[in-house]
Design a protein around this ligand. Structure first.
Ligand code: SAH
Length: 213
């Protein structure tokens, strides 16, 4: 697939899968335009880079579906001034989109090889405001807390307390939450000691795993 075909596929993704399905935030659409998803998918799947589906990236993990990446970013309401914690770096694609929307992105991945690979891509693309750490994100990432926003690409039945503690007041968490048979995309806003929760539909993410200790 050549550059022209990739660009065409990207614009099709923007209009058919994002704009027509409710992605209206101009900053998010702009970020999705800027980030080359083909850099984050395995070579043999490049022709599917702008298809609206997750794709395997090895280690039984996937790069998230473009619509869901855009929706999660839109739900965070970022202005460009924020420090965001991105849970589950995976390919690095969502962190890359976030880096165009916030001041700094701290992204945490439990599988060292994925973290290493994402770091390599960010270097190649000269994305300087993303910092990748290999760690179990059940603990959040205390070093740079408090965060304006936390976004997770791994589903959990219960939001880790560390995320709530590491979030600023009025901060936002967007994450898949697993129930017995499905997952809901949820947005939580921290208001003092309360959490205001909204549901944003069904999603499918890999589970947030716990590090073996
Ligand atoms: N947004 C990513 C999607 C990655 S899939 C992308 O666009 O590519 C979710 C990732 O979460 C996987 O890479 C998985 O290894 C990671 N993960 C699962 N549990 C984790 C944990 N406890 N801490 C950190 N990362 C975790």
């Amino acid at each position: 697939m050549n550059q022209l075909q990739l660009q065409k596929a990207k614009f099709q993704m923007l209009s058919q899968h994002l704009m027509q399905r409710g992605i209206t935030d101009g900053r998010v659409l702009n970020a999705m335009t800027q980030v080359p998803r083909e850099e984050f998918v395995p070579n043999h799947l490049i022709e599917f880079s702008y298809q609206d589906s997750p794709l395997p990236i090895g280690f039984e993990q996937t790069i998230s579906q473009p619509f869901v990446v855009a929706l999660m970013c839109q739900l965070l309401n970022l202005t460009g001034q924020e420090t965001v914690l991105d849970v589950g770096t995976g390919s690095g694609y969502q962190a890359a989109v976030l880096s165009k929307l916030a001041k700094n992105v701290i992204t945490v991945e439990i599988i060292p090889d994925l973290a290493k690979n994402a770091r390599k891509i960010f270097k190649k693309l000269n994305y300087k405001n993303i910092h990748v750490y290999t760690s179990d994100a059940n603990k959040g990432y205390p070093k740079f807390a408090p965060y304006d926003a936390i976004k997770s690409a791994a589903a959990t039945p219960k939001i880790p307390l560390a995320w709530i503690n590491q979030l600023k007041d009025n901060g936002v968490i967007v994450t898949p939450k697993s129930t017995n048979f499905s997952q809901d995309l949820i947005r939580l806003v921290k208001k003092g000691n309360n959490l205001v929760e909204e549901k944003w539909g069904d999603v499918r993410f890999v589970p947030l795993v716990k590090a073996k200790s």
